[in-house]
Structure formats: C-alpha cells, structure tokens
Write a protein that binds this ligand. Sequence first.
Ligand code: PEP
Length: 248
Amino acid sequence: MRKPIIVGNWKMNKNNAETESFFKEVDAAAASENATYGIGCPFTDLKTAADNAKNLIVAAENCHFEDSGAFTGEVSVPMLEELGIKYCIIGHSERRQMFGDTDETVNKKAKRLIAAGMTPILCIGETEAQYDAGETEKVIRDQLTGSIADLDAKDVANMVIAYEPIWAIGTGKSATKEDAQNCCAIVRDQVKVMYGQEAADSVRVQYGGSVKPGNIVEYMACPDIDGALIGGASLKADSFLEIIEKTK
Ligand code: PEP
C-alpha cells in the first residue's frame, strides 16, 4: 500500500552537462508502477534535471522557509515551484551540522513546502557518539517531535522521512538491516504517537547511509523501510541503474 521511493542525493556534485547526460541515461529505466525513483540535485541543476525527467522525480536539496527578502544565498519555495519542482530534501545532517539547520527551522521549511503542495523529504538521524551511548531512539523521537510539530495528519501521511544514521553517511559503514528496520519502525511509531495510526501507516520511511546496489535489496525487504536516500551510489548512472533494476 505504501509505494517505495528511492532518491539519490547528489550533494554539491555535477554540472549541467553531467546532469543532462545522467538523466538521458537513467530516466527511461525509472518508469515503474511499483516504485518512485528520483534525484536530489544542486539548485543550479534543477532546471536541466526537470527538463530531462519524464519518470524520475527531481528534488531540491534545501529551501528557505521565507518567500523572499534579505537572505543572501538562499532559495525560496516559490522559486522552486517556478521550476516545477515537487520534492525537497530538508534537514540533511550535513545541513544540520555545517549550516545551522535545527528542528525548528526544518519544521518551518516543512510547513512552507506543504503549503505549496510539495513533498518534504525530511532527514533525521543520530551521531556515532549518540549511537554508542544507546541514545538513538531518544534522538530520533526528539528530532521528529520538533521537525514535524504542528502539522496536519494528512500532510504528515504524504511526507517522506529519511532515517539516516550520521555515522553511516558516506562512510561505507552501513547500518545492519536489523538496526535500520528497528529505527524506521521507531520513526513510524513516533508519527503514530503524534498523528495517529493512519498517518503512521501512510508515511514513507527511507533508510539512508551507504546504500549501494549490493545492499539495497535487504533494506527494501524490511517491513518498515519504504525506500532509500542514496548519496555516493547515486552519482554514477551505472550504479543508480543497478539499484533501480533491483527494486522496480
Ligand atoms: C546521503 O547523502 O544522504 C547519504 C546517505 O550518503 P551515502 O549514501 O553516500 O552514505
């Protein structure tokens, strides 16, 4: 009943020519009744990506919660709407750690995206120190409590939440499928606590952290994992195509 969603996160990689060639190579394979595939790319690549996407969905990697004003270097939700962008990654741990995103600002971004009819892909996850200290569940529940506060249950039902343990991002040290399933189940339970069973049953929960062609299938087999957010392995058309072929 939940349609899986697998999204690449290019981070600060690829120019327009590289974006065009990736989409030309991958887009046709992404046609699937069973799953949604997409790419999150830098602002400067969004138009090229959208122009070359028939099947892939295109996501921004961030947005600002205000519509306009003195926010040098920021990009607003109406600016994304103008390009036809329907998805936006928010609260990625790199933004939380390096650019000051907090649960409060992430919550404002979620609200603004929802008001525009866009789908937030909201990232949460614990640090290695928090994992080692046995604090993972508390961190996940606390981050969600702040990041999805004061929303409508029907909007939460349509969101995507990416559980990404920070120690697994870009390290090659992926979470075990048991840990990933357990944490995605905690995410779903926290949605249930805050917004009820229906929202919990509908919200799509991704695992992210060193997902690659060799481990995607075992994550997708977990009952509470509805997809993946994929950094490194989304950069090469070959490996993203392999991920699509193994999951469609
Ligand atoms: C990410 O960028 O969100 C990510 C999970 O990266 P990687 O797949 O490279 O670990």
